[in-house]
Write a protein that binds this ligand. Structure first.
Ligand code: UGA
Length: 429
């Protein structure tokens, strides 16, 4: 099928590449000309495992192309996916101006029947507004259908999540686009849920908020474990074996971050408020998330006492492993708060150093993991990168003035660390 994706951020670019991989002909559109030029020249604006190979292969096969011209993109395909950002406004609600703009531009360019599919995360009832807008601005007065098709990919696992989705949600008020949507997704062999548009839009916010709730729940349990001598990882393992609960997203740590959970949670609280429901449960999820970082900083201060002038090595800057994304990263927040206390930082991340440089000042940037500890008073693990487990602990011990580690992601074995002579503080253990 011929498909157009408007917006080549994480969702648009990865979805476009995966659609091309299963045989569709895909045009990716972005109004950022520099980004389109980079993609046309074979470069990638983001790091995502497996993406470079897919883009290269499908561009060479002629199934994937890029343009900065929206009208061209709209006219080339029957199905137009909207995958533009929906950033937060200062009051926590969602800025829908990019969506509105794309709806208008699409409407202006349409000359025959199109299916307009919203993939961006939007508040419930946005689809209705998109339909109204298209109707108003479509001078050619052609038929169209609007579909809500939320995306559930995780950064760092975006390609595999897209190629093997848990479910495909198709929200529409007319039966006409359902067969087309099913055909587009048939190669992915996933269960399909067909709903009305409003329910599909809600499924996205409800799912992300539920996952955030799960993380805050385990972080609250971590606090109880610390006060009772229990081990949060063992509690999570014991709970997770109950299929109704499941082990995933029960990793205690520094709290959730990234460009989705914090924003979607605020948005969902606001959406609920606007429709007359005070979602206090989710406000508590936010509060626990903020407190989680406070408790970790307190742990560092309780051990090191005065941070002014102390040298601290920080492992990890990305908001989680397998990504170079530092937006709303707990690791960056941790660095900034340590700096505010007067600490001097040596930092390292396998992928996120370039992006972090734009938002973190006055740190020493260390290229190799094993050199971070040099001359430091303590090490902090801030991102759950698996490769940090390969840290040469004996060398790190020698490089540090004292063998102290604050592990915000529970990467190391507590008993083993203490046996090796480390002063080792982790989360909920
Ligand atoms: C999240 C959802 O998982 C995706 O399903 C969704 O499509 C996406 O948002 C989106 O709305 O676009 P993502 O933000 O990429 O994906 O990251 P997650 O893997 O969900 O992690 C979010 C944060 O939670 C990270 O800071 C991570 O470190 C933290 N986390 C995750 C924990 O602290 N503990 C856990 O057990 C899991």
């Amino acid at each position: 099928m011929k498909l157009t994706l408007i917006g080549t951020g994480y969702v648009g670019l990865v979805t476009g590449a995966c659609f091309a991989e299963v045989g569709h002909h895909v045009v990716c559109v972005d109004n950022d000309e520099a980004k389109i030029k980079l993609l046309q020249a074979g470069g990638l604006p983001i790091y995502e495992p497996g993406l470079a190979e897919l883009v290269k292969k499908n561009t060479a096969a002629g199934r994937l192309s890029f343009t900065a011209n929206t009208a061209e993109g709209v006219q080339k395909s029957d199905v137009i996916f909207i995958a533009v950002p929906t950033p937060p406004l200062p009051d926590g609600s969602v800025d829908l101006s990019f969506i509105e703009r794309v709806a208008r531009d699409t409407a202006t360019a349409m000359t025959d029947y199109k299916i307009i599919v919203d993939k961006s995360t939007v508040p419930v009832k946005t689809g209705e507004k998109v339909a109204e807008t298209i109707k108003r601005y479509c001078a050619a007065r052609v038929d169209f259908d609007v579909v809500s098709n939320p995306e559930f990919l995780r950064e760092g696992f975006a390609v595999s999540d897209l190629m093997k989705p848990d479910r495909i949600v198709i929200g529409t008020r007319s039966p006409r686009p359902v067969a087309v949507m099913k055909e587009i997704y048939a190669p992915f062999n996933a269960p399909m849920v067909v709903t009305d548009i409003n329910s599909a839009e809600l499924i996205k916010h409800a799912s992300n908020s539920f996952l955030a709730l799960k993380i805050s729940y385990i972080n609250a349990l971590a606090a109880i474990c610390e006060n009772t001598g229990a081990n949060v990882q063992e509690v999570a393992a014991g709970m997770g074996l109950d299929e109704r609960i499941g082990r995933r997203f029960l990793n205690a740590g520094l709290g959730f971050g990234g460009s989705c959970f914090p924003k979607d949670l605020s948005a969902f609280i606001k959406i609920a408020e606007q429709v007359g429901y005070d979602f206090r449960l989710l406000k508590e999820v936010q509060r626990i998330n903020t407190e989680q970082m406070d408790r970790f900083i307190k742990k560092i201060i309780d051990t090191l006492w005065v941070l002014k002038g102390k040298r601290i090595g920080v492992l990890g800057l990305a908001f989680k492993q397998n990504t170079d994304d530092v937006r709303m990263s707990p690791a960056i927040e941790l660095c900034q708060r340590l700096q505010k206390e007067g600490a001097i930082l040596r930092v390292h991340d396998p992928k996120a150093m370039d992006k972090a440089r734009a938002i973190l000042n006055d740190a020493t940037w260390v290229d190799t993991l094993d050199d971070v500890a040099e001359g430091c008073d303590a090490l902090v693990v801030a991102t759950e990168w698996d490769e940090f487990k390969n840290l040469d602990l004996d060398r790190a011990r020698k490089l540090l003035t004292h063998p102290i580690m604050f592990d915000g992601r529970n990467l190391f074995d507590r008993v083993e660390m203490e046996r090796r002579g480390w002063i080792y503080k982790s989360v909920g253990r």
